[in-house]
Design a protein around this ligand. Structure first.
Ligand code: NAD
Length: 272
């Protein structure tokens, strides 16, 4: 019997086999969960590239449904939760692993971010947690759990993370407010602040290569994390193992976030 046997939920945010949501999904399936998925809607229904990429991964593991969802569209979210209710009745978890900022706004300095880019990035990367959790509230069993993915750039300035750091600050604050409100229903809301992982999203972040190098030399564990390590923490937060934890931002980042200055061996290599 797995830690999630009999537990049901929805995962938003698989794009391909590098997605953090995919690493989490593999772990949840291995522990017995029943899961429905969303994919980014395809522009050309005759060539459903996004849907096929997700189906190729999740169908062999027994996905309960795979439906399109653009999180900026209320109709799409309503449809996802309609399917969720029809398929499962009640659910036990929701995984929010979604983010986007227009490349021109993500790579430039924050003082050049456009109004439209800001609104879109905030809508997809932060408001979506409200949109998902509000709809899930009716369906979540007591003991249920909502999880989102964030990055240290929401807490501290990480050069290159720019606009997305502002979105992550909003996401993390949203997570705590939702945790305080949903707690009376026995529902927990948490975040994992993951170290850098090579994915489609991270390829759009400026200075991403230097981030990876910094974690190798600067973090207490002196290495980057593996997506499976995020998945193990997700299992903790989504299962009964994390039953007393809510409103938490759990860092899975080789300890990078605790450092206030480079380790001494790093300073010897790169004299300041
Ligand atoms: P990814 O590109 O695999 O996943 C991002 C997902 O967001 C994709 O599935 C994409 O389809 C989805 N998405 C974008 N716009 C959407 C929209 N309008 N509607 C619905 N879905 C939409 O990249 P990832 O790195 O796995 O990112 C997952 C989460 O992890 C994000 O919140 C990201 O910020 C966070 N994160 C990533 C890293 C990293 O280094 N990769 C580190 C910390 C946190």
């Amino acid at each position: 019997m797995g830690l999630l046997t009999g537990k049901k939920g929805v995962v938003f945010g698989i794009a391909n086999d590098r997605s953090i949501a995919w690493a989490i999904t593999e772990k949840l399936f291995a522990e017995g969960a029943e899961i429905g998925f969303t994919h980014l809607p395809d522009k050309d229904p005759a060539r459903p590239k996004n849907e096929n990429k997700v189906r190729k991964l999740v169908d062999p593991l027994g996905a309960k449904f795979v439906v399109p969802c653009d999180v900026t569209l209320d109709a799409d979210l309503d449809s996802v939760y309609r399917t969720t209710a029809e398929t499962f009745g009640k659910i036990d978890f929701v995984v929010h692993s979604v983010a986007f900022a227009p490349p021109s706004d993500l790579t430039g300095p924050v003082y050049h971010v456009s109004r439209e880019g800001f609104k879109l990035a905030m809508d997809i990367s932060a408001y979506s947690l409200i949109a998902m959790s509000g709809r899930a509230r009716e369906l979540l069993n007591p003991g249920g759990s909502v999880l989102c993915l964030t990055y240290l750039g929401g807490e501290k300035v990480i050069p290159g993370y720019n606009m997305m750091g502002i979105c992550k600050a909003a996401l993390e604050s949203t997570m705590t407010y939702l945790a305080s409100e949903l707690g009376k229903d026995g529902v927990r809301v948490n975040a994992i602040s993951a170290g850098p992982v090579r994915t489609i999203s991270s390829s759009g972040v400026g200075e991403f290569q230097s981030m990876l190098k910094l974690y190798e030399s600067f973090s207490p564990l002196r290495r980057n994390i593996a997506p499976e390590e995020v998945a193990k923490a997700a299992l903790f937060l989504l299962s009964d193992l994390g039953s007393g934890v809510t409103g938490e931002n759990l860092h899975v980042d080789s300890g990078y976030h605790i450092m206030g200055a480079p380790p001494l061996d790093f300073q010897e290599k790169v004299p300041l």
